[in-house]
Write a protein that binds this ligand. Structure first.
Ligand code: GLY
Length: 319
């Protein structure tokens, strides 16, 4: 492997168990900290060493009953604490859906190269899986590579993906339960959704809890998702590192983000911090769209949802 290296705690480490040392010496020293000094507790008693992939991350979500599937809106999340994607990894500082470069043509490629083989793989290996599949991709030059699978939705992607699903999600879940999933249609909003996470000062390292949160009544035109809060008497207090996520809709990324940022200013608690550059790396795909022949990048509200109407049934593979 050539540097940088990727060291991943094999167990669950709240999204923070990945280190990316730039040199072999640093990698050796961090590996010792993970294995011998239990840097991430039990989670790093086994460490996976991986090739470092370059490109843009993209989260793709699929809902499946085990043989058929529906591709949900995709999203891009922002994991680092600092602006310009710097500093420590967090549980997620914001997300955008849809992602301009993940247009219909790209998602069809992901479907062919990754989603269908994944569902077929489940069938072939006799894994009766029903639910969400979260496919973490790295995309370089239009070529998607799988970084990870999760059998859940993502956070904070959920806060932009689920609000864009206009149909009743429960109906889809019910369909998975009663065998009618492949016949159920669903609609996705063509608006852009953006979410911005407010976190406690110091997070993802040590931070204080119990700070009073004010300003809820002034928030307009956004939905707030409580992550690390608790109520005490008539007050709402911080009770975690990631405190609140503010989701807004807009005709484009800027409009959605600006609503969330405006409301982020109205919410107050001691030590409040949020990234003001969510979506900073997406402008180019909108910009370059003006040179695109097909113009499918020209509008961040591109028709990603066109093929959601079609039910895709995967042929069952004979073992
Ligand atoms: N946002 C990444 C995750 O949920 O794992």
């Amino acid at each position: 492997l050539s540097p940088p290296y990727v060291l991943k705690a094999d167990g669950l480490a709240a999204g923070k168990g990945v280190l990316i040392p730039e040199t072999l010496e640093e990698a050796k020293s961090l590996l010792k900290e993970m294995l011998a000094d239990a840097k991430f507790g039990d989670a790093s008693s086994k460490v996976v060493i991986e090739e470092h992939l370059k490109g843009m991350e993209l989260s793709v979500f699929v809902l499946t009953d085990g043989i058929s599937y529906k591709i949900l809106p995709s999203a891009k999340d922002y994991k680092r604490i600092g602006e310009g994607d710097s500093g420590l990894n967090t549980g997620g500082m914001g997300a955008i859906s849809p992602v301009p470069f993940a247009d219909r043509f790209f998602i069809e490629k992901v479907e062919r190269e990754i989603i269908i083989p994944t569902i077929k793989g489940l069938v072939e290996e006799d894994i009766d899986y029903k639910g969400f599949i979260f496919i973490g991709l790295m995309v370089e030059n239009g070529s998607p590579k799988v970084i990870e699978y999760n059998v859940r939705m993502g956070d904070p992607e959920t806060e932009v993906v689920i609000p864009r699903i206009k149909s009743d999600l429960l109906n889809l879940f019910r369909g998975i339960g009663n065998g009618s999933f492949s016949e159920i249609d669903f609609d996705v909003s063509e608006e852009v959704a953006a979410t911005v996470m407010l976190v406690s000062g110091g997070y993802p390292e040590s931070y204080e809890k119990g700070k009073e949160i004010t300003g809820f009544d002034e928030v307009e035109d956004s939905v707030m998702f409580h992550a690390g809060t608790k109520s005490s008497d008539d007050r709402i207090l911080t009770n975690g590192g990631r405190v609140l996520s503010i989701t807004s809709f807009g005709k484009d990324i800027d409009e959605a983000l600006n609503k969330s940022f405006k409301n982020a200013e109205k919410i107050n608690f001691e030590g409040k911090y949020y990234r003001k550059d969510i979506g900073f790396d997406l402008w180019w795909s909108v910009f370059f769209s003006s040179f695109s022949e097909t113009k499918h990048f020209a509008n961040p509200n591109y028709k990603e949802s066109k093929n959601y109407k079609h039910v895709k049934v995967v042929n069952i593979v004979t073992k």
